[in-house]
Design a protein. Structure first.
Length: 546
């Protein structure tokens, strides 16, 4: 088997790498890092939220309150639980529905019913929310309370439209939301959140997405990350940009919204689920699965039927894709073991063959004194072949050693993990067992270890590869040598494969688990940075091992 074919089979175990080739790549990468860090510490954030609520509750229980004070504290607790726990929010607003009867204030009575309608709508109980709003006589309400009422009517129809997406009823609910937005715009103060938000959503539905975006981006300066309104505004901006087919900005605002949800312990959220759909379309099944799982857990913990049903719609798609990826990874691992076994047999055969050659050469040396003149040209050829064999053996030794070590490490890790799992199963520690089975840390460590071995092995064979590539590039486009030894970037990995005579775009894309368009783009950009564009890749293939 030719060397390049051996290397191709070894390299197909490399994991997919998504590179955001767009102007927002660096910012999006930072936002994803922030979001992942917050998800990792979500339990701590939620614990802080619970402690804050407990402090309020303890203070309320220790005091003798007037009906007005009790009403105010119930509203405060409702606001704390509003996007955190459905049952608790409903409990406290129900108490206010009873308390307000003794206060005799139409606005307070209507406000409690509106808040109860909101919490019922969020949970997907649309008919109950509708009946709750029907109890309100808007003719007796103040302007401020009317704005709340129309807002809730519009929001109720908005939630209905989300559930009716891709059905004939979608536009009917959207038109109804537009109607209530118009009513709000007639009475709300023009500098208020209600006016600006409803004006932006109204003109967006009318086709003026640029104007809507301009309004909300300007108003964002008044909001703070971690607040529910900030999450709503950024999520709405993501929707506006999706209507303009500006995918990077849509993704940016969904990330900002999801980060705000995490910081504020907002469990009634939508952006994390929408991000999982974006990642699913991109092919990043692992992260899509993690985000959807987190969104589903938040919806279940909050008690939102609406968000749970929305997550359930896409859950089979992401789960199936994620399971397929895991199966493919297992297949690649098995393939690696088979390839290593074949290489071992080839090595044994090579040793036997070399020993045979040595024996034949010894016999030939007896006659070589009489054939010096005739064999002088043959000796030069043999010397050239020996040099090639040395280089080939050096490459084989490096890769065989590296990947045998990698295989041994993987086997040991699997044995250790199996012992841990067996021990947990034996002790019936099912929750710990489930957590251990769900953990992706062993897989991530294996993937990282493989990348590290490939990069180190290649740079051991071609120690001056990066500096020699830099000599082929213009001065302002040269690669920086990483402080971390033995580390290659994605662009350098593509050039490394070219140096190993793997030049077909499709093969490179398969090895790096990227799209052929992305590989073509990288190669084109690399050629455009070269001193000699026409011979750049040929020059790369001529780089020596030492």
């Amino acid at each position: 088997m030719k060397l390049r074919h051996i290397l191709l089979n070894l390299l197909i175990v490399m994991v997919p790498t998504w590179t955001m080739a767009n102007p927002h790549a660096e910012e999006l990468s930072t936002l994803y890092y922030t979001l992942d860090s917050l998800i990792e510490h979500q339990s701590e954030i939620i614990a802080q939220k619970k402690n804050r609520i407990q402090t309020i509750t303890d203070g309320m229980n220790s005091l003798s309150l007037t009906p007005e004070q009790l009403f105010s504290l119930n509203n405060r607790l409702y606001d704390e639980y509003l996007a955190f726990n459905f049952d608790s929010a409903l409990c406290y607003i129900k108490k206010n529905v009873d308390v307000q009867q003794s206060l005799g204030n139409p606005d307070l009575a209507a406000g409690s019913l509106i808040r109860m309608a909101h919490i019922l709508a969020v949970s997907g109980l649309f008919d109950k929310a509708d009946r709750m709003l029907d109890q309100i006589d808007i003719s007796q309400l103040s302007t401020e309370c009317k704005v709340e009422y129309f807002n809730q009517r519009g929001e109720l129809n908005l939630y209905r439209s989300e559930m009716a997406e891709y059905t004939p009823y979608f536009q009917e609910y959207t038109d109804s939301s537009q109607y209530y937005r118009q009513l709000i715009l007639k009475i709300a103060p023009k500098d208020s959140y209600d006016y600006i938000f409803n004006q932006a959503t109204y003109i967006s539905e009318k086709g003026d997405n640029d104007g809507a975006i301009k309004m909300l981006e300007a108003y964002m300066k008044n909001l703070k990350q971690g607040e529910r309104r900030y999450s709503i505004v950024t999520s709405t901006l993501a929707y506006f940009y999706s209507k303009k087919d500006e995918a990077q900005l849509q993704e940016r605002y969904f990330l900002l919204s999801a980060i705000s949800d995490m910081k504020g312990a907002i469990l009634e959220n939508n952006s994390l689920r929408r991000l999982s759909i974006i990642l699913l379309d991109r092919g990043d099944f692992k992260k899509a699965y993690e985000y959807l799982l987190c969104a589903s857990n938040d919806a279940r913990q909050y008690g939102s039927r609406l968000r749970s049903m929305q997550a359930a719609r896409i859950s089979p798609l992401i789960t199936q894709a994620y399971d397929m990826e895991r199966a493919l990874t297992q297949h690649r691992t098995n393939l690696l073991l088979i390839i290593l076994s074949v290489i071992t047999l080839l090595l044994i055969g090579t040793v036997v063959y070399i020993l045979s050659l040595i024996k034949k050469r010894h016999q030939a040396n007896i006659k070589i004194s009489k054939m010096n003149a005739e064999l002088s040209l043959h000796n030069e050829e043999i010397e050239r072949m020996n040099n090639q064999m040395k280089e080939s053996n050096r490459i084989k030794d490096e890769y065989i050693g590296r990947f045998l070590e990698l295989s041994s490490n993987l086997i040991l890790k699997n044995e250790e993990r199996s012992k841990v799992l067996n021990r947990l199963a034996r002790d019936r520690k099912l929750e710990l067992l489930y957590g251990e089975l769900k953990s992706q840390k062993p897989l991530n460590e294996s993937v990282h270890l493989f990348h590290q071995n490939f990069d180190t092995a290649f740079l051991n064979i071609y120690p001056t590869f990066i500096s020699e590539v830099n000599q082929l590039l213009t001065e302002d486009n040269q690669f920086e040598v990483h402080e971390e030894a033995g580390k290659l970037t994605t662009e350098l990995r593509i050039l490394a494969l070219i140096r190993l005579n793997i030049t077909d775009n499709q093969k490179i894309a398969d090895i790096l688990q990227s799209s052929i368009t992305t590989i073509y783009t990288y190669r084109s950009k690399l050629k455009s940075k070269a001193k000699s564009k026409a011979t750049f890749e040929d020059d790369v293939r001529r780089i020596e091992t030492y």
